[in-house]
Design a protein around this ligand. Structure first.
Ligand code: AMP
Length: 569
């Protein structure tokens, strides 16, 4: 077996080819990646794609979040090519239905320009619908092991033309008791297939499958390398937060931290643009920096950051390469970076020349393993912090207002405002003072954020997979899902469109109140909230959307009649 360990150099890789060129991908796939805003391959993609395009078998060690889906999907899609007959030629086997849907969506997006048809099949959904989809003709099937075996036994999943089999999260599948199903699937596919196996860990049970079912696989391990240290002057912390709460969490952490200037790293150009729009809408002076900008635009952005007229730079790794700004005090990872080394490079933007700095990471529970890679590389635990509550934020904002007023108490031009006080002469002085404080407080944007972010524990890692495990019967087969027993924060997010917005004076509390009173949802289930001039969009659990629309059919918000309907992004 050829073992290769992908290493990233200590210095920023200026000399390494940036972008996806040179990996051997066809124009349709390159175009799709460009449309998705991917600017450069992740280390696992750079290491594996040329090998897979060359037809090699692969044993890859990589966790979720490293970009491994695209690493196996793009070469597999390329092998199918454009205008191919719709018979299954790629079979991806994954442990959970959530992952089956996620991988299918990713492969559909990547393969759109090639006209590739993808079908997810998994337990818990009526089989007839999946039989129908398969019958219509597909190129790629993404299956959970139990359902794949069912479909093979029924003769509904035709395997004669399969060229590539991918086992994704193989260790998880073995942990869930799917070893027999996996072997049955591999035995049922043609011997001359390409076999790709990804696993976060490499126990003997995995290498034994590799030995029996792969042909001289290339072995790729990502990020296993010598010690690398991070700067002791940089205070690091991680906040666990669900994706839908990230913009609110980011704003709140920034408000509490009060950076002079901060850089927020996102994975794609599109994420950068979206987050820049969101944060600008929330009153931050945010600028986007990504590979889609020409030199002039880039210079303008950097100028605004250096002069202090922008406080937040939202950037991709590629665009921020070589960036050196003295005023930066905070680095934020909007996601856990897919390569541990890029975490070290990113946080190296602060804490330079003896100055102190702060590195903040917003992580979803499923990214815990990536975080562990970083901790292993830096030989340092990153403390987990609690996302500040609305009350924390309020108290911080009061502190800031008090400090601002204290500073003004010694200002020499105070007498210039005597006229205002005289004009209000008959009013109670205390009330006048409070009104002035309120104006100042609100002018600083202090009253905008009123959404409670549910606390989540990093222990929920791979929670979905674990839940699935309980959902299976003794034989390891997936059970059909019965009625719903929703727990708070358990459901996927849905959105309500409400036809009143900022112009009607609507504030987040009005929306939370209306939804709580009329739809009976607790405040913790409501959010994120986006208030535009003429309408608002509010996140609530998907399975509560239909009832909420019904319950709010004749609602008023801030005294205005409002139409409420499902919002589809
Ligand atoms: P995965 O490890 O496959 O679950 O991917 C993690 C996330 O990274 C997904 O949201 C992908 O869409 C995203 N992603 C994968 N490759 C890239 C890339 N080269 N550039 C930016 N984002 C990527």
């Amino acid at each position: 077996m050829n073992v290769k360990t992908q290493e990233t150099p200590d210095e920023e890789p200026e000399s390494v080819e940036i972008g996806f060129d040179g990996l051997g991908l066809c124009p349709e796939l390159l175009e799709a990646l460009n449309d998705l805003g991917y600017e450069e391959p992740t280390p696992i993609q750079r290491a594996t794609m040329p090998l897979l395009i060359g037809g090699a078998d692969l044993l890859g060690q990589a966790a979720t979040g490293t970009g491994k889906t695209a690493a196996f999907a793009l070469p597999a899609l390329q092998a199918i090519g454009a205008n191919a007959a719709a018979v299954p030629s790629v079979l991806v086997v994954v442990p959970t239905r959530e992952l089956a849907v996620q991988v299918s969506e990713a492969m559909f997006k990547y393969g759109r320009k090639l006209g590739i048809k993808v079908c997810p099949v998994f337990g818990g959904q009526p089989i007839y619908r999946q039989l129908k989809s398969l019958k219509r003709g597909v190129h790629v099937v993404v299956a959970t092991p139990g359902r794949a075996v069912d479909l093979i036994n029924r003769g509904a999943l035709e395997l004669g033309a399969i060229r590539t089999v991918v086992l994704d999260e193989a260790d998880e599948m073995l942990d869930m008791g799917f070893a027999d199903d996996i072997e049955a699937i591999l035995k049922a596919t043609p011997d001359d297939r390409q076999t790709v196996l990804f696993s976060a860990t490499m126990p003997a049970r995995i290498t034994s499958i590799a030995k029996r079912y792969q042909r001289s696989p290339e072995r790729i391990e990502i990020g296993r390398r010598g010690p690398e240290t991070s700067n002791a002057l940089v205070r690091q912390s991680v906040y666990f937060v669900q994706r839908r709460h990230k913009p609110t969490a980011l704003g709140r952490v920034l408000d509490i931290e009060g950076p002079t200037a901060a850089i927020v790293f996102c994975r794609t150009r599109i994420e950068v643009d979206e987050l820049t729009a969101t944060m600008s809408g929330r009153g931050y002076r945010a600028e986007a920096l990504h590979g889609g900008l020409d030199q002039q635009q880039r210079d303008r952005v950097m100028g605004r950051l250096k002069s202090g007229s922008a406080e937040l730079l939202i950037a991709t790794d590629v665009a921020a390469r070589g960036l050196d700004v003295d005023s930066l005090t905070h680095v934020v990872n909007y996601d856990v970076p897919s390569a541990a080394e890029s975490y070290v490079h990113r946080i190296g933007r602060v804490g330079r020349a003896g100055r102190s700095g702060v590195a903040i990471t917003l992580a979803e529970p499923k990214e815990k393993r990536l975080l562990a890679n970083i901790e292993r590389l830096t030989k340092q635990k990153i403390p987990v912090e609690r996302v500040p509550s609305v009350a924390d934020l309020r108290s911080k904002q009061i502190d800031v207002t008090v400090a601002a007023i204290r500073e003004e108490l010694v200002a020499e031009d105070l007498p210039d405002f005597d006229g205002v006080l005289e004009a209000l002469g008959t009013e109670d002085q205390r009330v006048v003072t409070l009104a002035a404080i309120k104006l100042l407080h609100e002018a600083r944007g202090a009253s905008q954020d009123e959404v409670e972010i549910p606390e989540i524990s990093p222990q929920n890692d791979r929670g979905k997979g674990k839940r699935n495990k309980r959902d299976r019967n003794k034989n390891g087969r997936e059970k059909k899902k019965g009625g719903s027993t929703r727990r708070p924060g358990d459901s996927s997010p849905g959105f309500l469109y409400i036809s009143v917005g900022r112009n009607a004076g609507v504030r987040p509390a009005d929306l939370v109140g209306a939804i709580a009173n009329e739809a009976g949802l607790p405040g913790r289930d409501v959010g994120p909230i986006r208030i535009s001039d003429n309408f608002s969009v509010v996140g609530i659990p998907e399975d509560a959307v239909a009832d909420a629309c019904k319950a709010m059919s004749s609602t008023s918000v801030r005294g205005k009649k409002a139409k409420v309907r499902r919002y589809v992004e």
